[in-house]
Design a protein around this ligand. Sequence first.
Ligand SMILES: Cc1cc2nc3c(=O)[nH]c(=O)nc-3n(C[C@H](O)[C@H](O)[C@H](O)COP(=O)(O)O)c2cc1C
Length: 205
Amino acid sequence: MKIGIICGSHRANSQSGKVARYIENALLVQGLCESTWLYDLADNPLPLWDESIWAGDAQWRQTLTPLSEELKSCDGFVVVSPEWHGMAPAGLKNFFLMWTAGGELAHKPALIVTVSTADGGSFPIAELRMSSYKNSRICYLPEHLIIRYVDTVFNENPEHNKPDAQEYFDKRLAYCLEMLREYALAFTQIRESGKTSLEIYTSGM
Ligand SMILES: Cc1cc2nc3c(=O)[nH]c(=O)nc-3n(C[C@H](O)[C@H](O)[C@H](O)COP(=O)(O)O)c2cc1C
């Protein structure tokens, strides 16, 4: 079992990155998977999508092939997104443009975790659920996590955490990650059935 963690903030030293690293560690400490892969969009490692990607441009291939291999090897994902201006970051939406016919994310479960320094976090949940799955065929769990007042939890130094908030999020995170593992185990059967082929209907409707 391998779980990929995608950090959707393209800010260096982001709070989303902090949460993503905590989740990666929690997955391993809870023994929910054998390995993890954390991909952080900090500093925009992915260029903006352009049409040459469809012509198999060599530069794009060089950028995407290693990522494609990593994503293919994952059984499930955690997608961490901050709320920026009431949206998911453009870099995260750009990330989802890259993965269609290769099936890297297809029919694999994913937990959405959103992050806000205040009361936000709902909008990127709605946005990702509405618009990132059609061609990627990623399957979001009905459960999700919204980390409000993120600077008060998941800090490397536990003294910087608000104890009651941290306890609540630790329990809720453990619940979500255990659920993600069960979905990931079950979804292998769906993919192995051969009924999820992307050959004919490469794009979703
Ligand atoms: C461009 C930008 C727009 C933001 N807009 C919102 C917002 O609409 N709602 C909100 O709750 N927080 C907003 N924030 C604050 C984020 O919640 C805060 O930066 C938090 O640390 C999560 O982002 P990060 O993972 O990039 O650090 C915004 C931050 C940035 C950089």
